[in-house]
Design a protein around this ligand. Structure first.
Ligand code: GUN
Length: 292
């Protein structure tokens, strides 16, 4: 079994991104600027946004946070989005999800300029991804692709089973793994909560991508020997023995599943750190005007 070290790979990619930004500076070009919009005080969202801003600092990218109260109206948030769309100093921005119930995430996502949509969530960018046209790939699927490449994992002709059909991870990663190029060329099965006999299907997976949000859902009896596993799940559970006050759990019961796997991502330190470098890479593309 080989552990896929997302933390180490992300650090290597951050070094590459930092070198690219230094080069842009040397050439007198502008330093890319990423803005994160954070609404309310959801603990996980604050952690994620802080990690994204920290990563920007580390690679020499400009970054800022727009913090809005959770009582902000949908109209006010849409005005903020319009402001960022028109701000020439901003290359890319994200609106951290989830948003408070009274705000339509769909409306907000659609209001973001596709050229600045470094999350890759805008319908026109998702459409481009489906057609294999140049666009911003959603951060988590893009992070998984980069891990596959860097660990030289064979994907041609393999059966890739995706568990979870979210718009952010499951659906796009299923599409990307079926593409006619590496990493891809898989036969893909996209499974979800209505799937019948899920263990029968997951047991046939050569590559298993789990993005369900159910801690330790995948058990040893659900996978075959030699499987490659990407665990996207990350659930916090209160734990008073931890300094942070919580412990993180993936969607895979790591201790019993890992011995059967040929490659597996841990939680934390697997897919998570890669999503942030994907965002940095997308912001560089945006700053270079590659998606216009
Ligand atoms: N919430 C959970 N993951 C993400 C992400 O990748 N982008 C944004 N904007 N919100 C999220």
């Amino acid at each position: 079994m080989q552990l896929i070290d997302g933390k180490k790979t992300a650090a290597e990619i951050k070094d590459e991104v930092a070198a690219e930004i230094a080069l842009l500076k040397d050439k007198g070009g502008k330093v890319p600027h990423l803005v994160a919009v954070l609404v309310g005080s959801n603990g996980a969202s604050i952690t994620y946004v802080n990690a994204k801003i920290e990563a920007c600092k580390k690679v020499g990218m400009h970054s800022s946070i727009v913090r809005l109260n959770d009582t902000v109206s949908e109209k006010e948030l849409l005005e903020e989005v319009a402001k960022l769309n028109n701000d020439k100093d901003v290359d890319g921005f994200i609106v951290q999800l989830p948003l408070p119930k009274h705000i339509s995430e769909k409306k907000v996502t659609e209001a973001i300029s596709p050229q600045k949509d470094v999350d890759g969530f805008h319908p026109s960018n998702i459409g481009k991804m489906m057609l294999n046209l140049p666009t911003f790939l959603p951060a988590t699927p893009y992070g998984i692709l980069q891990l596959i490449e860097r660990y030289n994992i064979e994907t041609n002709g393999k059966h890739c089973v995706v568990v979870g059909r979210s718009a952010i991870v499951g659906s796009p990663v299923a599409n990307l793994m079926s593409r006619n190029s590496y990493p891809g060329n898989c036969t893909v099965t996209l499974t979800h909560s209505r799937t019948v006999n899920l263990p029968e299907i997951t047991r046939t997976a050569d590559i298993l991508i789990v993005a369900l949000g159910k801690p330790e859902f995948i058990t040893a009896d659900m996978v075959k020997e030699g499987v490659v596993i990407f665990d996207v799940g990350i659930t916090r559970k209160a734990d008073s023995t931890k300094k942070s006050g919580y412990k993180l759990f993936g969607d895979v019961k790591f201790d019993e599943v890992a011995p059967k796997a040929s490659f597996i991502t841990p939680v934390p330190g697997g897919v998570g750190p890669m999503t942030i470098v994907s965002l940095l890479k997308n912001t560089i593309l945006a700053a270079k005007g590659k998606m216009e």
